[in-house]
Design a protein around this ligand. Sequence first.
Ligand code: MD3
Ligand code: FE
Length: 224
Amino acid sequence: MSTRGLFDDMPIDGGIDGGIDGSQEIGPRARVLRAFARPVAGELLKAIAAVERISPFRHLVTPGGYTMSVAMTNCGALGWTSDRRGYRYSSIDPETGTPWPAMPDVMRRLAHDAAAAAGFERFEPDACLVNRYVPGAKLSLHQDKDEQDLDAPIVSVSLGMPAVFLFGGLRRDDPTAKVPLFHGDVAVWGAEDRLRYHGVMALKDHPHPDLGSHRINLTFRKAG
Ligand code: MD3
Ligand code: FE
């Protein structure tokens, strides 16, 4: 009997070209670096706790009037935000009226090193969106296209409970692949994969030893 519970029906490598170095190509310029962030996971959690003391997690409202199930905050010079007027990056947290907290060095370094490991040299993110999921929370299929510099990659770090990531094509109705993401996994995507549709399926409750019934995802971008 496996201990992977509800993830038993998934191949351990997600079924797409598992590499011997623990990295996996999910597109020509999209990779999952398995467990890449594990050595700094404890430091990341402390850094996130410091960020949320300055800019607390909140549930943003979409332009269509829906309240997102994922709670969000940001660090870095720019932060992603949404309200009835639209999506945008802002240097001020609209909730506090003050700048977003600075990006902690451990985050900046991890994003830079993961990008380099995936073939994107000199990645200098100016924005980190922090997403917090509880069981049932999900992220509908979308593109990340609010950033100025679409030549820069995006780096995403998963912590806590596992999630099933949906990885689509350049059109909303293109077929999607399901890729499981576990604690410490880092995904990097850019170039021709930068504008792929993607999302996260509703989380199941598989409590994590350190984070309990939470998943946290960090996405690093060059927004400005
Ligand atoms: C896209 N976050 O904040 S990024 C977002 O887990 C967002 O919270 C997700 O999408 C989250 O905008 C997932 C993970 C990801 C990984 C590989 C990709 C997105 C990708 C490859 C191509 C395109
Ligand atoms: Fe996204």
